[in-house]
Design a protein around this ligand. Structure first.
Ligand SMILES: [Zn+2]
Length: 200
């Protein structure tokens, strides 16, 4: 059976695994939680449990969602002939906030990055290809404007071109090497507006 100090050590060890939290901060947080009212500590535990139990991925676009399909895929007001491809669900959220786009999305779950051991098979690329049929008119590749994002865009355009769909890349108005996620809404909307067809 665990005694109280085992419980404390266990919590400290778990907290210390979180990014940006060292052992010292983990210790401080653990002792803080020891002192707060039971309800407050349980609320944190419940929030973490809910996150893992309720939030999953959309089986169509791989957006983060509590319902499958996600609200974007279910939205009948959106254009269904355009798919915007992004690296992460955070990028989708940023584009949605910019209000410059009213089509569908596809979340790759990352970008091709040989240095990190991430190849095409680690991303939702096959799933994207199965979505492209004659109803899809355009695919906007909105991977990040850095080396890996560009390489991923080129890879996708080579795969998609034979399917007879128009492939565009968001404009370069974005800060090079930057993250979509951190760009302001106006810049994102303009980058989408100024997208250009990829030709190789
Ligand atoms: Zn979806």
């Amino acid at each position: 059976m665990l005694n109280s100090s085992d419980s404390i050590h266990r919590l400290i060890a778990q907290l210390a695994r979180l990014p940006g939290i060292g052992r010292k901060t983990a210790g401080r947080l653990a002792f803080h939680l020891l002192k707060v009212p039971r309800e407050e500590a349980y609320e944190l535990a419940d929030a973490i449990r809910d996150l893992k139990e309720r939030v999953g991925f959309c089986s169509i676009c791989f957006n983060i969602t509590e319902d499958d399909p996600c609200p974007v895929c279910r939205d009948s007001e959106r254009r269904r002939d355009t798919i915007c491809v992004v690296e992460e669900a955070m990028d989708l959220a940023a584009l949605e906030k910019s209000e410059g786009y009213r089509g569908l999305y596809h979340v790759l779950g990352g970008r091709i990055s040989p240095l990190d051991g991430i190849g095409p098979d680690d991303l939702k690329i096959k799933e994207l290809l199965t979505r492209v049929d004659e109803t899809i008119k355009e695919i906007i590749v909105a991977t990040n404007p850095n080396v890996e994002g560009e390489a991923t865009a080129l890879y996708l355009s080579k795969l998609l071109k034979p399917l007879g769909v128009k492939i565009t890349r968001i404009a370069r108005g974005l800060p090079v090497g930057g993250d979509l996620e951190y760009a302001d809404g106006m810049t994102l909307a303009r980058a989408l507006e100024g997208r250009q067809e990829i030709d190789q």
